[in-house]
Design a protein around this ligand. Structure first.
Ligand code: FMN
Length: 386
């Protein structure tokens, strides 16, 4: 099976890129990523702003999110920048480029045009095959300093494009008025790829002590819940772009990787999953991706890349809005737990002798089907419910 792909002009053996973070902060960690099957690493971001180079401790929190009985989690962290200074950083890049067989992409975050120029030049001189521009860090970046974020990002891209010849990739924040048009403008400037997206900036409150948790400030947050928003933008953007797209956000399995490929991503940048499971997670997702492709008889990623994107996603006008289904309860499976009745905003379920029954106000919305703990409810064609 062929998992190879091309990303911003680089040939990769598979679509798994370990995203910029502590997971790639030094050669030792980058080696681990390579040994476990990653096709590429983006190195922890070097910040021009020196205060960012020291991260506080502790800096990680896993926040359990609860909505009734449903649970999710937020991976919350304040791990800001590489603690290397610029000389040490590019020295480490030089070593990694020489020692590793996979591409090593530095990532930089600056506050001045001069800084962007200087770090871009240093990246090119270090032998790096490409450079990622982190204009979207949730702990401090141009995106969060007010003013016209879009114009600032375009300016950075122009400055760096005019400075170096190596491929440049812009890591976008999700909070843009239009990620699609932003990516299009970056393409016209000569950028070679975009990462959709960096994490969001969040806050959580320690209600006992009545202050922000952990280090006392805002923090980056992500988790499995961020996946669908990223998928939506990748699917909407990919048919309009001729540059590479790296999807980043919420990957938890090989199927998630496949979904990003369906949406048109060239590669996937993975981070939180590896923090939470270790580098073995790379092998796990690669195996799951291969198993999925085998089931579908796909021999290469190109066979299904972009298959669910752009015009394949129905517009408002195209959506089938007929109400052709109603819920039906199997009396043999109904445990009479009452959940369907409590949640139905159409007041359709009612109690009969030994089971609940769906009345004729059912709208066919399907929510009770999803919430029934004994899977006693199905949607059937209207007229066939009796
Ligand atoms: C602990 C941590 C540190 C990160 N550091 C950086 C960074 O230095 N530069 C950067 O561009 N993104 C950074 N990110 C963002 C990731 O590279 C990645 O894009 C994001 O977490 C979304 O992927 P995920 O949902 O798989 O974690 C970091 C994320 C985490 C969780």
């Amino acid at each position: 099976m062929d998992l190879s792909c091309e990303y911003a002009g680089l040939k990769l053996k598979n679509p798994i890129v370990v995203a910029s973070s502590g997971l790639t902060e030094n050669l030792k960690n980058m080696k681990k990523a390579e040994e476990h099957g990653a096709a590429c690493v983006v190195v922890k971001s070097l910040f021009e702003e020196e205060v960012c180079r020291i991260s506080p401790t502790p800096r990680f929190e896993i926040i359990e999110r609860r909505m009734g009985k449903l649970r999710s989690h937020t991976f919350y962290s304040f791990e800001q920048a590489s603690n290397f200074d610029e000389r040490e950083y590019f020295e480490e890049i030089r070593k990694a480029v020489n020692v590793l067989s996979i591409p090593v992409i530095p990532s930089v975050n600056c506050i001045s045009d001069e800084g962007w120029r200087k770090y871009a030049r240093m990246a090119e001189e270090s032998g790096a095959p490409a450079l990622e521009l982190n204009v979207s860090c949730p702990h401090g970046s141009i995106s969060f300093r007010g003013g016209d974020v879009e114009e600032k990002i375009l300016n950075v891209a122009r400055v760096v494009r005019d400075t170096v010849k190596i491929p440049i990739i812009v890591k976008l924040p999700m909070q843009l008025s239009s990620p699609i048009s932003m990516a299009g403008m970056l393409e016209r400037i000569g950028v070679n790829g975009v990462v959709m997206f960096n994490r969001l900036t969040g806050l959580d409150i320690d209600v006992e002590n009545e202050k922000p948790i952990m280090h006392g400030g805002y923090a980056g947050h992500g988790g499995p819940w961020s996946f669908n928003a990223v998928l939506r933008w990748v699917a909407a953007s990919s048919p309009h772009l001729n540059i590479s797209i790296a999807a980043s956000g919420g990957v938890g399995s090989g199927i998630d990787v496949a979904k990003f490929i369906y949406a048109g991503a060239d590669v996937v940048e993975v981070c939180s999953l590896i923090y939470l499971m270790g580098y073995e997670a790379i092998e796990m997702i690669l195996k799951e991706l291969q198993q999925f492709m085998e089931q579908k008889s796909y021999k290469s990623l190109d066979e299904f890349r972009g298959k669910v994107s752009g015009p394949k996603i129905l517009s408002n006008e195209q959506i089938d809005r007929r109400h052709i289904y109603v819920a039906k309860i199997d009396p043999k499976l109904c445990s009479m737990c009452d959940i369907c009745r409590k949640v139905c905003i159409y007041d359709a379920p009612y109690k009969s002798e030994k089971t609940y029954v769906i009345g004729n106000t059912c709208d066919g919305c399907g929510l009770c089907v999803k919430l029934c703990p004994t899977k006693a409810i199905d949607l059937v064609s209207r007229g066939k419910e009796g």
